[in-house]
Design a protein around this ligand. Structure first.
Ligand code: HEM
Length: 425
């Protein structure tokens, strides 16, 4: 597979730092535990576009205004996706922790214009072929198998035991791999390591193994096509090369698992901690839908997305953005922008105009948001049906958010319940 790092001086343009006094490091305790508070402060001090410092003091702009994020994502000709444009590459060390998200890769994520339309068109068509009724049934079965593993214990951590493995298995299954078996378990574990390596684990080696397994999957599906995303990508008239399909398939699986897992986890947290939902837990399909939507407004799984790179010098939110500057889409901040919520009231009910799936050409591609909702809804409903008296095992204030600037998800969601029988499915 192609080296994800820009290697030549040519592809690492000279740094031109947009930092001015007051640039804020996008990290620390305030950020981790209460990002909404940090966004409010940044908005007060800097307006809708704030100068920030990423890991190691690397400068970028955090775009927090709803209309500014909308503008940036609607104008690819001004704010583009190919990160090789970055004017700060010289300042980025080779072991920078954000490289997996930012370093150019030959996948649809980093392509632009007609080439992006070609690649994203194939992804959308392949996802559009997913049978939604079957997906729901199969997700329900995955949920049952995972719940069976802890149902008798009366206690579980719903992030590690449920939300994350479920979202991963759903992604692997849509790609056309069996949901059970040693091979799948190994892939699921490697995918987890790529996004969330524990100490002592090697995410680069894991990424290599994922690539090799996906390559193998292509061979298998070419020999014996099935009703799955991989087979549909192979058969698409756009005629993508194997290398393009491997990269885009890794992109699809990686782009789906963490956000969907955190959507499930954050929704379960809301249902278990907020009295407004407690009354309806056992019967309330409507409540689950409302909770899923509210999470997208207030605790969205992809809280910040890196990013876009300015194609030329331009003004945005009163800031002078220079060619090659990096802009972070502040999706969580944009969703709670007081300009769209008078008197600080964020009313999510019945309103899905949030930016949680981004916007414009590179938005989360149709029908991925629908599939993600189906997976998340089946998971949450299955859990509430199987464990009707589930409650938090700690005080709500003891729940800890993961120390990520990009994703919003809990480190653990410990719960208790009456031990339940195994499923019959
Ligand atoms: C079945 C589950 C999902 C799949 C298959 C999926 C797939 C993808 C793909 C392929 C992209 C890259 C699009 C491109 O660059 O052209 C993408 C982008 C994105 N997705 Fe999803 N996704 C899923 C779930 C989610 C969820 C649950 C969220 C958050 C609530 C989310 C938020 C985003 C965002 C913010 C982007 C970045 C868009 C941008 O660059 O502006 N996705 N997704």
């Amino acid at each position: 597979m192609t080296d994800p790092l820009p290697t030549s001086a040519e592809s690492r343009p000279a740094a031109r730092c947009p930092v001015h006094p007051g640039a804020v490091p996008l990290e620390g305790d305030e950020y981790r535990q209460n990002p909404a508070q940090l966004y409010r402060r940044l908005r007060r001090e800097h307006g809708s576009v704030a100068p920030v410092l990423l890991d190691g003091g690397i400068p970028a702009w955090l775009v927090m205004g709803y209309s500014e994020v909308h503008y940036v994502t609607s104008h690819d000709e001004l704010f583009a996706r190919d990160s090789r444009r970055w004017n700060a590459w010289d300042a980025v060390p080779d072991d920078w922790p954000l490289l997996p998200f930012v370093a150019y890769q030959p996948s649809a994520l980093f392509t632009e214009g007609a080439e992006h339309q070609r690649r994203a068109g194939v992804i959308s068509a392949a996802l559009d072929g997913v049978d939604q009724f079957e997906l729901e049934t199969r997700c329900r079965r995955i949920a049952d198998v995972l719940i069976d593993r802890f149902a008798g214990r009366g206690a579980a951590d719903l992030t590690a035991d449920f939300a994350h493995p479920l979202a991963l298995r759903a992604a692997v299954m849509m790609a056309g791999m069996p949901v059970a078996g040693e091979d799948t378990e190994a892939l699921v574990d490697d995918l987890r390591m790529v996004g969330d390596a524990a100490e002592g684990e090697d995410p680069v080696a894991a990424y290599g193994r994922v690539g090799a397994r996906i390559q193998q999957l292509l061979k298998e599906k070419r020999a014996q096509p099935g009703a799955d995303v991989t087979s549909r990508m192979l058969a698409h008239p756009a005629g993508l090369s194997d290398e393009e399909i491997v990269n885009d398939l890794i992109g699809v699986v990686a782009a789906s698992q963490q956000p969907t897992a955190n959507w499930i986890g954050n929704t379960l947290r809301l249902l278990l901690t907020d009295d407004r939902f407690a009354l309806d837990l056992s019967g309330g399909r409507l409540s689950v839908g409302q909770a899923l939507n509210e999470v997208l407004w207030l605790d969205t799984p992809t809280q910040n997305f890196i990013g876009r790179w300015a194609v030329r010098d331009i003004q945005l939110g009163g800031r002078h953005i220079r060619e090659g500057d990096c802009l972070i889409l502040g999706l969580a901040a944009a969703n709670t922008d007081p300009q769209i919520w008078p008197e600080s009231h964020v009313g999510a009910a019945g309103n899905s105009a949030h930016l949680s799936f981004s916007n414009g050409e590179h938005r989360c591609p149709y029908p991925a948001p629908l599939l993600a909702e189906l997976i998340a809804r089946s998971a949450v409903e299955a859990l509430l049906e199987r464990l009707p008296d589930v409650v938090l095992a700690v005080e709500p204030e003891e729940l800890v958010w993961r120390p990520s600037v990009w994703l919003r998800g809990l480190t653990a969601l410990p719960v208790q319940f009456s031990p339940a029988p195994l499923s019959t499915s």
